[in-house]
Design a protein around this ligand. Sequence first.
Ligand code: ADP
Length: 234
Amino acid sequence: MKTLIELKNVSKEYHTGNHIVKAANQLNFTIDKGELVVILGPSGSGKSTLLNLLGGLDKVTSGEIIIDGENITNFSDKKLTQHRAKEIGFIFQFYNLIPNLTACENIEIINDIVDGNIDGKEILSQVGLSQHANKFPSELSGGEQQRVSIARAIAKKPKMLLCDEPTGALDSNTGRIIIELLINLCKNENTTVIIVTHNSEFAKVADKVIHIKNGEVESIETNENPQPVDAINW
Ligand code: ADP
Protein backbone atom coordinates (compact mmCIF):
# COMPACT_ATOMS: atom_id res chain seq x y z
CA MET A 1 0.00 0.00 0.00
CA LYS A 2 1.09 3.56 -0.67
CA THR A 3 1.67 5.99 2.19
CA LEU A 4 -0.88 8.81 2.40
CA ILE A 5 0.07 10.48 5.69
CA GLU A 6 3.41 10.77 7.42
CA LEU A 7 3.99 12.46 10.78
CA LYS A 8 7.57 13.44 11.60
CA ASN A 9 8.29 14.49 15.20
CA VAL A 10 4.95 16.27 15.46
CA SER A 11 4.34 18.22 18.66
CA LYS A 12 1.56 20.54 19.73
CA GLU A 13 1.77 22.62 22.88
CA TYR A 14 -0.96 24.68 24.45
CA HIS A 15 0.00 27.53 26.76
CA THR A 16 -2.48 28.27 29.50
CA GLY A 17 -1.24 30.94 31.90
CA ASN A 18 2.27 29.85 32.83
CA HIS A 19 1.42 26.20 32.24
CA ILE A 20 2.33 24.26 29.06
CA VAL A 21 0.28 21.23 27.98
CA LYS A 22 1.97 18.89 25.52
CA ALA A 23 -1.17 17.66 23.77
CA ALA A 24 0.95 15.97 21.07
CA ASN A 25 4.51 15.01 21.91
CA GLN A 26 6.93 13.88 19.19
CA LEU A 27 4.48 11.82 17.14
CA ASN A 28 5.93 9.65 14.38
CA PHE A 29 3.85 7.28 12.27
CA THR A 30 2.51 6.66 8.78
CA ILE A 31 -0.95 5.86 7.45
CA ASP A 32 -1.51 4.21 4.07
CA LYS A 33 -4.02 4.94 1.34
CA GLY A 34 -7.21 2.95 1.86
CA GLU A 35 -6.29 2.05 5.42
CA LEU A 36 -8.84 1.95 8.26
CA VAL A 37 -7.08 3.40 11.28
CA VAL A 38 -8.42 3.55 14.82
CA ILE A 39 -6.79 6.03 17.17
CA LEU A 40 -7.46 4.89 20.72
CA GLY A 41 -6.88 6.68 23.97
CA PRO A 42 -8.58 7.86 27.15
CA SER A 43 -10.13 11.29 27.50
CA GLY A 44 -7.49 14.03 27.49
CA SER A 45 -4.85 11.84 25.79
CA GLY A 46 -4.63 14.09 22.72
CA LYS A 47 -6.94 12.37 20.21
CA SER A 48 -8.86 15.48 19.16
CA THR A 49 -5.64 17.45 18.96
CA LEU A 50 -4.22 14.84 16.60
CA LEU A 51 -7.36 14.80 14.46
CA ASN A 52 -7.34 18.61 14.26
CA LEU A 53 -3.68 18.59 13.19
CA LEU A 54 -4.32 15.92 10.53
CA GLY A 55 -7.34 17.85 9.27
CA GLY A 56 -5.47 21.16 9.07
CA LEU A 57 -7.83 22.69 11.63
CA ASP A 58 -4.91 23.47 13.91
CA LYS A 59 -1.18 24.01 13.37
CA VAL A 60 1.74 22.04 14.81
CA THR A 61 4.15 23.66 17.28
CA SER A 62 6.97 21.67 15.68
CA GLY A 63 7.44 18.78 13.29
CA GLU A 64 6.01 18.01 9.86
CA ILE A 65 2.82 16.47 8.50
CA ILE A 66 3.19 15.16 4.95
CA ILE A 67 -0.03 14.30 3.10
CA ASP A 68 0.26 12.70 -0.32
CA GLY A 69 3.80 14.05 -0.66
CA GLU A 70 2.92 17.62 0.40
CA ASN A 71 4.13 19.19 3.63
CA ILE A 72 0.92 20.79 4.94
CA THR A 73 2.75 22.39 7.87
CA ASN A 74 4.22 24.87 5.35
CA PHE A 75 0.85 25.75 3.81
CA SER A 76 -0.50 29.29 4.06
CA ASP A 77 -3.89 29.64 5.76
CA LYS A 78 -5.54 29.99 2.34
CA LYS A 79 -3.88 26.88 0.93
CA LEU A 80 -4.74 24.95 4.08
CA THR A 81 -8.40 25.94 3.74
CA GLN A 82 -8.42 24.80 0.10
CA HIS A 83 -6.71 21.55 1.04
CA ARG A 84 -9.27 20.92 3.78
CA ALA A 85 -12.21 21.69 1.51
CA LYS A 86 -10.99 19.44 -1.31
CA GLU A 87 -9.25 16.52 0.32
CA ILE A 88 -10.74 15.93 3.74
CA GLY A 89 -14.13 14.76 4.97
CA PHE A 90 -15.05 15.32 8.61
CA ILE A 91 -17.56 13.24 10.56
CA PHE A 92 -18.41 14.29 14.10
CA GLN A 93 -20.31 12.70 16.93
CA PHE A 94 -23.26 15.08 16.55
CA TYR A 95 -23.62 15.11 12.73
CA ASN A 96 -23.33 18.92 12.28
CA LEU A 97 -26.08 19.15 9.67
CA ILE A 98 -27.67 22.50 8.84
CA PRO A 99 -31.17 22.28 10.38
CA ASN A 100 -33.08 24.39 7.84
CA LEU A 101 -31.72 22.53 4.80
CA THR A 102 -33.04 19.16 3.60
CA ALA A 103 -30.80 16.09 3.50
CA CYS A 104 -30.22 16.67 -0.21
CA GLU A 105 -29.45 20.38 0.28
CA ASN A 106 -27.08 19.58 3.15
CA ILE A 107 -25.01 17.65 0.60
CA GLU A 108 -25.35 19.96 -2.38
CA ILE A 109 -24.09 22.89 -0.28
CA ILE A 110 -20.65 21.32 -0.85
CA ASN A 111 -20.93 22.53 -4.46
CA ASP A 112 -20.52 26.10 -3.19
CA ILE A 113 -17.27 25.13 -1.49
CA VAL A 114 -15.61 22.91 -4.08
CA ASP A 115 -17.23 24.50 -7.13
CA GLY A 116 -18.63 21.10 -8.02
CA ASN A 117 -21.66 19.47 -9.56
CA ILE A 118 -22.56 16.99 -6.85
CA ASP A 119 -25.99 15.36 -7.10
CA GLY A 120 -27.23 15.07 -3.52
CA LYS A 121 -29.80 12.39 -4.32
CA GLU A 122 -27.24 10.16 -5.99
CA ILE A 123 -24.84 10.44 -3.03
CA LEU A 124 -27.69 9.77 -0.59
CA SER A 125 -28.49 6.56 -2.47
CA GLN A 126 -24.93 5.37 -1.70
CA VAL A 127 -25.81 5.45 2.00
CA GLY A 128 -29.29 4.00 1.45
CA LEU A 129 -31.18 7.23 2.04
CA SER A 130 -32.45 8.40 -1.36
CA GLN A 131 -36.06 8.18 -0.14
CA HIS A 132 -35.27 10.73 2.60
CA ALA A 133 -33.69 13.33 0.30
CA ASN A 134 -36.34 15.98 0.96
CA LYS A 135 -36.53 15.55 4.72
CA PHE A 136 -35.06 17.99 7.21
CA PRO A 137 -32.56 16.71 9.80
CA SER A 138 -35.20 16.93 12.58
CA GLU A 139 -37.36 14.46 10.60
CA LEU A 140 -34.55 11.86 10.54
CA SER A 141 -33.29 9.46 13.23
CA GLY A 142 -29.80 9.89 14.69
CA GLY A 143 -28.43 7.11 12.49
CA GLU A 144 -30.02 8.60 9.38
CA GLN A 145 -28.56 12.00 10.21
CA GLN A 146 -25.13 10.44 10.62
CA ARG A 147 -25.55 8.72 7.24
CA VAL A 148 -26.37 12.12 5.69
CA SER A 149 -23.23 13.57 7.28
CA ILE A 150 -21.20 10.67 5.87
CA ALA A 151 -22.80 11.23 2.46
CA ARG A 152 -21.83 14.91 2.71
CA ALA A 153 -18.28 13.99 3.70
CA ILE A 154 -17.79 11.48 0.85
CA ALA A 155 -19.53 13.57 -1.82
CA LYS A 156 -16.31 15.32 -2.79
CA LYS A 157 -14.39 12.00 -2.82
CA PRO A 158 -11.92 13.03 -0.13
CA LYS A 159 -8.54 11.35 0.28
CA MET A 160 -9.28 10.90 3.95
CA LEU A 161 -12.23 10.81 6.27
CA LEU A 162 -11.58 11.99 9.81
CA CYS A 163 -14.17 10.66 12.22
CA ASP A 164 -14.43 11.84 15.83
CA GLU A 165 -16.43 9.28 17.88
CA PRO A 166 -18.77 8.77 14.87
CA THR A 167 -21.08 6.35 16.70
CA GLY A 168 -20.88 8.04 20.10
CA ALA A 169 -24.48 9.24 19.99
CA LEU A 170 -25.97 6.13 18.37
CA ASP A 171 -27.47 2.84 19.58
CA SER A 172 -25.56 -0.36 18.83
CA ASN A 173 -27.51 -1.44 15.73
CA THR A 174 -27.20 1.97 14.13
CA GLY A 175 -23.55 2.21 15.18
CA ARG A 176 -22.88 -1.09 13.43
CA ILE A 177 -24.42 0.23 10.18
CA ILE A 178 -22.21 3.34 10.35
CA ILE A 179 -18.99 1.38 10.99
CA GLU A 180 -19.84 -1.04 8.17
CA LEU A 181 -20.33 1.93 5.85
CA LEU A 182 -16.90 3.26 6.82
CA ILE A 183 -15.26 -0.16 6.32
CA ASN A 184 -16.84 -0.39 2.85
CA LEU A 185 -15.56 3.06 1.92
CA CYS A 186 -12.02 1.89 2.64
CA LYS A 187 -12.46 -1.31 0.68
CA ASN A 188 -14.45 -0.02 -2.30
CA GLU A 189 -13.25 3.57 -2.74
CA ASN A 190 -9.73 3.25 -1.28
CA THR A 191 -10.57 6.12 1.07
CA THR A 192 -8.37 6.39 4.16
CA VAL A 193 -10.64 6.37 7.20
CA ILE A 194 -9.34 7.52 10.57
CA ILE A 195 -11.60 6.96 13.57
CA VAL A 196 -10.80 8.55 16.91
CA THR A 197 -12.46 6.83 19.85
CA HIS A 198 -12.06 5.80 23.48
CA ASN A 199 -13.84 2.48 22.68
CA SER A 200 -11.19 -0.24 22.36
CA GLU A 201 -13.71 -2.63 20.73
CA PHE A 202 -13.26 -0.70 17.46
CA ALA A 203 -9.68 -1.96 17.30
CA LYS A 204 -11.06 -5.30 16.08
CA VAL A 205 -12.13 -3.97 12.66
CA ALA A 206 -9.11 -1.71 12.04
CA ASP A 207 -6.15 -2.32 9.75
CA LYS A 208 -4.02 -0.28 12.13
CA VAL A 209 -4.52 0.77 15.76
CA ILE A 210 -2.59 3.70 17.21
CA HIS A 211 -2.69 3.89 21.01
CA ILE A 212 -2.26 7.42 22.37
CA LYS A 213 -1.47 8.29 25.99
CA ASN A 214 -0.51 11.69 27.44
CA GLY A 215 0.02 13.09 23.95
CA GLU A 216 2.42 10.30 22.98
CA VAL A 217 2.12 7.21 20.80
CA GLU A 218 2.12 4.35 23.27
CA SER A 219 2.04 1.58 20.65
CA ILE A 220 0.96 0.81 17.10
CA GLU A 221 -0.59 -2.51 16.09
CA THR A 222 -1.18 -3.74 12.57
CA ASN A 223 -4.08 -6.13 12.13
CA GLU A 224 -3.37 -8.65 9.38
CA ASN A 225 -6.93 -9.93 9.58
CA PRO A 226 -9.39 -7.23 10.62
CA GLN A 227 -12.64 -8.72 11.92
CA PRO A 228 -16.10 -8.02 10.53
CA VAL A 229 -18.26 -5.39 12.21
CA ASP A 230 -20.27 -8.06 14.07
CA ALA A 231 -17.18 -8.81 16.21
CA ILE A 232 -17.62 -5.48 18.01
CA ASN A 233 -19.27 -5.76 21.44
CA TRP A 234 -21.27 -2.57 21.99
P1 ADP B 1 -8.84 13.89 23.84
O1 ADP B 1 -9.44 14.23 22.52
O2 ADP B 1 -8.08 12.61 23.85
O3 ADP B 1 -9.84 13.97 24.96
P2 ADP B 1 -7.55 16.49 23.63
O4 ADP B 1 -6.76 16.47 22.38
O5 ADP B 1 -8.86 17.20 23.60
O6 ADP B 1 -7.72 15.00 24.18
O7 ADP B 1 -6.67 17.18 24.77
C1 ADP B 1 -5.33 16.80 25.06
C2 ADP B 1 -4.78 17.73 26.14
O8 ADP B 1 -4.63 19.05 25.63
C3 ADP B 1 -5.69 17.86 27.36
O9 ADP B 1 -4.87 17.98 28.50
C4 ADP B 1 -6.43 19.15 27.09
O10 ADP B 1 -6.83 19.76 28.31
C5 ADP B 1 -5.41 19.98 26.37
N1 ADP B 1 -6.00 20.93 25.40
C6 ADP B 1 -6.70 20.61 24.30
N2 ADP B 1 -7.08 21.71 23.62
C7 ADP B 1 -6.60 22.77 24.33
C8 ADP B 1 -6.65 24.19 24.16
N3 ADP B 1 -7.25 24.74 23.10
N4 ADP B 1 -6.04 24.95 25.10
C9 ADP B 1 -5.42 24.40 26.15
N5 ADP B 1 -5.32 23.07 26.37
C10 ADP B 1 -5.91 22.26 25.47
